[in-house]
Design a protein around this ligand. Structure first.
Ligand code: SF4
Length: 429
């Protein structure tokens, strides 16, 4: 069979079953300082299919999580869901990631963000509760979350969370929130409070009641990065001490500097310093430690901070996945039921939506055979790759058959619709 040729004026798609040519995510790496996940992939044991297929594309500080996994130290995973409508496949992605981390040994936390749904979307408390349980909690457990080893809570019912949010609020001002979220003067105050609640959601796994500070990963889409950045800043501000490497010229290691952030903390520096090995030079607000490994200094300082009543937070880590598009090829929107598949909708209706989804097929069968399809533009392929086929070789086969013109869209959609039907039937049972 001759090699499929590109249409005139159109580039041949890259031979990459996991690639996406549709959305340019490069800016998030260059402008926002998010790191590329694939660089860490060789260190991940039994990676989730979102990792293997480069659907999880970015991370912040995921090395902390890998270190904890490798050394069998405590770590946590947490994410939240706003109970404002049906749980669609985009929300399922976050649940899958939480469940994977729980299976890898993480303490797992799931927030049902009813305060956010009430403040931002005006959903009544009663509806928040109904939607939260019937759409989110049930699906989470049906997908494999172990509630006996995890903590699912409604924001409005978690007193510890409220206290933490209040404390964190001392570390951030309205001007800063406005800069991060673009809030104008007419934004209601409860919306600002709900932002603090989310920061408290993210940091709660590190409270003493849950075993104290530990690396915590937040699986999210790229759009949630402002929450992650703000919370990382708040976590750092809420520390009593900072620990940093001081380097000489040419990046040569000099010493580890422990800096007190308040006068009270400075008065405890002598005691903290006495617990550290190595040579020390004390100053008014900091102490320089020579000849001790950074990790050891950090561990001792964190312990001392907790004894002094501080939090000792690790900066929260995050993974960022790329988005699924809507079934018509545009944005998936909860206000447009035809753009998404919900995990609780009748399986037959969902299968019919798959049959009507946008494909990357050609105008005629003859063209399809001659030129091949374009899976990068195909929502059916996205459904298969993100949700319906576990085996990587099978997905690669679909891709090859598509671009070589051996696969027809009619048969492909039918196969995807059947897989969707059986997935949803089993899920709902
Ligand atoms: Fe999409 Fe399948 Fe058609 Fe290829 S053959 S464009 S993967 S529906």
């Amino acid at each position: 069979m001759p090699e499929p040729q590109p249409e005139p004026g159109r580039e041949q798609p890259r031979l990459d079953p996991w690639g996406s040519t549709v959305i340019d995510y490069s800016k998030v790496f260059t402008e926002f300082g998010i790191s590329r996940f694939e660089e860490l992939l060789p260190r991940v044991k039994e990676p989730h299919l979102y990792m293997r297929r480069r659907i999880i594309m970015g991370h912040r500080d995921y090395e902390l999580i890998l270190d904890a996994m490798e050394r069998r130290r405590p770590f946590a995973v947490m994410s939240g869901f706003m109970p404002s409508g049906k749980l669609h496949l985009g929300g399922k992605m976050v649940m899958d990631e939480i469940i994977w981390h729980q299976r890898m040994g993480a303490a797992a936390f799931v927030s049902i963000a009813d305060m956010e749904a009430h403040a931002v979307r005006g959903i009544s408390w009663r509806e928040c509760k109904e939607i939260g349980v019937s759409e989110y909690v049930l699906s989470l457990i049906a997908l494999g979350f172990d509630p006996h080893r995890g903590f699912i809570y409604f924001q409005s019912e978690n007193r510890m969370l409220h206290d933490l949010a209040f404390e964190l609020g001392c570390e951030v001002n309205i001007g800063e929130m406005s800069a991060v979220y673009g809030f104008s003067g007419d934004v209601n105050v409860s919306k600002c409070v709900s932002v603090l609640m989310q920061s408290a959601d993210i940091l709660q796994p590190q409270l003493a009641a849950f075993g104290g500070p530990k690396p915590t990963v937040i699986p999210v889409g790229f759009d949630q990065d402002p929450h992650i950045r703000l919370t990382r800043d708040i976590a750092s501000r809420a520390r009593l001490f900072t620990v940093e490497l001081v380097k000489r010229e040419k990046d040569e290691y000099e010493c580890v500097r422990v800096r007190a952030k308040t006068r009270d903390a400075a008065s405890a520096l002598k005691e903290v310093s006495s617990r550290l090995g190595g040579e020390k030079r004390a100053y008014e607000m900091h102490v320089d430690v020579y000849g001790e490994p950074f990790e050891e200094v950090e561990r001792v300082v964190r312990e001392a901070e907790i004894e002094l009543g501080g939090y000792g937070f690790y900066p929260p880590a995050a993974t960022f996945h790329r988005f699924m598009r809507g079934l018509g090829g545009g944005k998936m929107s909860s206000s447009k039921p035809e753009s998404y598949i919900a995990l609780t909708e009748p399986p037959e209706e969902a299968a019919a939506k798959v049959m009507n989804a946008k494909t990357g097929g050609r105008a005629t069968l003859e063209e399809q055979r001659r030129l091949g399809g374009v899976p990068e533009e195909c929502i059916v392929y996205e459904l298969l790759m993100f949700h319906l086929i576990e085996d990587d070789r099978h997905v690669a086969e679909v891709y090859e058959e598509c671009i070589s013109g051996r696969r027809t869209c009619a048969a492909c959609k039918k196969a995807a619709a059947e897989l969707m039907l059986s997935f949803l039937k089993e899920h709902q049972e």
